[in-house]
Design a protein around this ligand. Structure first.
Ligand SMILES: [Zn+2]
Length: 320
């Protein structure tokens, strides 16, 4: 499965943590040939959407990025994905970052369980959490974390010490909102530290603030669409030359109504992957309606996109 790449030494700049909107001018500078693919793995922690599909053994959305055999980035925390994290044999002590595309249940509900589970570890380094800013009706990343665990009125106030600076805890959770708006589609510089660089761009997921991510490490690029309908059209730019693009295939081509406003059609997935010139396309977040239309949708996607297309199972591991 891994594609053999020539190995080059690359020096990743170590910058301080920041969030700022910026232009995309300096974008796409990591060329695929720089990817030290043996150092990087992407593992599936959950490949389904929110449905209760009878007999289905897959978890809701979740991904894990490994660097040098350490689990460094958790992307999304849908229901059941924490169980997969355990099965992956990852250590919670190694995780630097948790990234959320948005705060729907199937992407985030396992978050407090990660934090409670980490209590029993000897974790001491801070955990950085990123997600989109909110609206009047939808919680931002900072609100999501606070509402989950703050000591005063969180759902689980006994975990409040991890965000309360007045209380002692082995580590702190540092949460930052990624500015989301339909009006400013510039690429956001999210994180650049310890060999991992994260960028994000707002996406259109109906009325729910959502972002797509680009993760660069060891010269490799892995991008995540999150849930989106494709209307803003910014992901091909963000995901340019990705070694792997994870796209959420939640609806069939003939989708109508509300679901159309939330999710992208297979034809757009193909178009996006082709425009971005990604090497490998992983289709996840499957639902009953997309599972049923799988063969037809694959044909539609492959008409547009000439690279490798995979429908992975939970726990599957990919090297860029
Ligand atoms: Zn979803």
């Amino acid at each position: 499965m891994p594609i053999k790449q020539p190995l080059f030494t690359i020096v990743l700049s170590v910058c301080s943590l920041f969030i700022a909107a910026s232009s995309s001018a300096a974008f796409g500078q990591v060329s695929p040939s720089q990817c030290q693919s043996k150092r990087v793995k992407l593992q599936m922690l959950g490949t389904r959407g929110p449905e209760l599909l009878a007999g289905d053994t897959s978890a809701s959305t979740g991904y894990l990025i490994w660097l040098d055999n350490k689990a460094r980035v958790v992307v999304e925390a849908g229901s059941g994905s924490l169980q997969r994290f355990k099965q992956s044999k990852a250590s919670i002590n190694d995780v630097d970052l948790m990234l959320f595309s948005h705060f729907h249940v199937d992407h985030s509900v396992d978050f407090p369980a990660y934090i409670k589970g980490a209590f029993f570890s000897d974790r001491t380094k801070d955990l950085h959490v990123f997600g989109p800013s909110g609206t009047q009706f939808v919680a931002s990343a900072e609100q999501f974390v606070a509402r989950a665990i703050n000591s005063k009125n969180g759902m689980y106030p006994y975990l409040g010490r991890y965000i309360d600076t007045n209380q002692h805890s082995a580590y702190k959770i540092k949460t930052k909102n990624i500015p989301w708006s339909y009006g400013d589609l510039s690429i956001r510089q999210v994180y650049s530290k310890k060999g991992i660089k994260i960028q994000a761009v707002p996406t259109h997921h109906g009325p729910f603030p959502s972002v797509a991510y680009r993760v660069e490490l060891a010269g490799c690029v892995i991008s995540f669409s999150g849930d989106m309908n494709g209307r803003l059209g910014e992901v091909p730019n963000l995901a340019k030359n990705s070694d792997i693009l994870v796209a959420h295939y939640a609806v069939p081509e003939n989708v109508q109504g509300v679901a159309r406003n939330l999710h992208m059609k297979p034809s757009y997935i193909g178009e996006m992957a082709q425009q971005a010139k990604v090497k490998k396309l992983l289709l996840t977040h499957l639902m009953a309606r997309s599972l049923e239309a799988k063969d037809e949708s694959l044909k539609i996607i492959k008409k547009q996109f000439k690279g490798e297309v995979i429908l992975p199972n939970d726990l599957a591991v990919f090297q860029p």
